[in-house]
Design a protein around this ligand. Structure first.
Ligand SMILES: *Cc1c(COP(=O)(O)O)cnc(C)c1O
Length: 371
């Protein structure tokens, strides 16, 4: 072990393969990529060039600052800013050729002051979530009466509340509502027939019979998350996380391990302490104690349960079942990878795989492979 950092590998060929898988599913529609939250923790500067290489030409971020970073590595792409239009920063949107996603009458009014060379914005329509966007009736009224192009709008979009449950009534209702808007936009006398539309996130690609419209917005599945929970994951894993063993201790039966003594050895045990903890974004809720089995690591090819709480910088692992000669200080154990995919790690940490990704630590030694 030459330093204490856990190692995060990012497989860019898997990232590209995942984008291509979704692109095949979306048929004639263009497939975009959501790279908000620093490309779900992988790094905008790492992920965006790989996606451009795969053929992606449209990116979505949450913040203006992320859009400016994406622009630096994707000079020719269309870049949308999901969290709306920060009117005081008009100059930045224009200078970097960015496209705000407008979600309210106030934002639409502010965008009317754009200069002529501004890129076309998107209009966010809320079809279920009551979170962001114009209500459907307001959007129908606007699209029925006004050429959206005159407002500087080139795309309408909505977002699924539970796309991973394709049979849910909510999901089907959202498809129906958004399709009604598109039918109005595509009516023969509509001034808005050239306006494009975007509906599907990752899981949306897997809804049987879903309309893809002209553009999709996958995020999680690109990074290896399972867009079809409960079924086999059609995506390739993109990240792997390895942590170095610092020390191996013999713990007699009856003694406790870690903060608050939440794990007590039921037999004479061996405990491996590895250099990774909740300060690295590994969920503290993945601790193993009464009522929650918590997480596991793969040690010498075998899944071994955590022992006790996850500490800030350390995790303790019960390696009693691993032959003594096959694990020693300096070896690396797998915290994410193989059977421990990000969805499983999410469940072990009482959260979701999305949060495992977006919390990926800043201390990791990061290595992009498959460029
Ligand atoms: C985050 C986000 C997406 C991507 O969702 P995934 O489930 O990660 O594929 C798409 N659209 C909007 C509006 C989003 O906020």
């Amino acid at each position: 072990m030459d330093d204490h950092a856990a190692r995060l590998t990012i497989d860019l060929s898997a990232l590209r393969a995942n984008w291509l898988t979704l692109d095949r599913l979306s048929g004639a529609a263009e497939t975009g990529a959501v790279v908000k939250a620093d490309a779900y923790g992988l790094g905008i500067e790492t992920a965006v060039p790989a996606l451009v290489k795969a053929g992606c030409r449209t990116f979505f971020v949450a913040h203006l600052s992320e859009a400016i970073r994406a622009r630096a590595v994707a000079p020719h792409a269309a870049i949308y800013v999901l969290n709306g239009f920060a009117a005081g920063r008009m100059q930045d949107y224009v200078a970097h050729r960015l496209r705000p996603v407008l979600g309210s009458a106030g934002e639409i009014a502010a965008w009317r002051k754009r200069p002529d060379d501004a890129e076309p914005a998107a209009l966010h329509v809320d079809t279920a979530m009551n979170r962001l966007g114009l209500r459907l009736d307001a959007a129908l009224e606007l699209a029925g009466s006004t050429p959206l192009a005159d407002l500087g709008i080139g795309l309408t979009m909505t977002h699924f509340a539970s796309a991973e449950e394709p049979q849910a009534a909510d999901t089907q209702a959202q498809i129906a509502r958004f399709s009604a808007l598109q039918a109005a936009i595509q009516a023969p006398d509509s001034p808005n027939r050239a306006i494009r539309a975007s509906l599907c996130n990752s899981s949306g690609h897997f809804i049987p019979g879903v309309p893809f419209f002209q553009l999709t917005r996958p995020g999680y599945a690109l990074y290896g998350g399972n867009p079809t929970p409960g079924r086999d994951n059609p995506m390739q894993p993109v990240i792997r996380l390895y942590a170095p063993v610092i020390q191996i201790l013999d713990v007699p039966a009856g003694e406790a391990v870690g903060y608050n003594g939440r794990w007590v050895a039921r037999r004479d045990s061996r405990i491996a302490t590895v250099s990774c903890g909740y300060a690295d974004g590994f969920p503290r809720n993945a601790g193993n104690g009464p009522g929650h089995p918590g997480g596991a690591a793969i040690v010498a090819g075998r899944e071994c349960p955590f022992a006790g709480n996850v500490s800030m910088d350390l995790i303790t692992i019960d390696v009693t079942d691993v032959p003594e000669a096959s694990v020693k200080a300096g070896d690396f154990v797998t915290l994410i990878g193989d059977t421990l995919d990000i969805d499983r790690v999410g469940v072990a940490g009482r959260t979701i795989g999305y949060e495992i990704l977006t919390n990926l630590g800043r201390r990791y030694r990061r290595l992009a492979v498959g460029a």
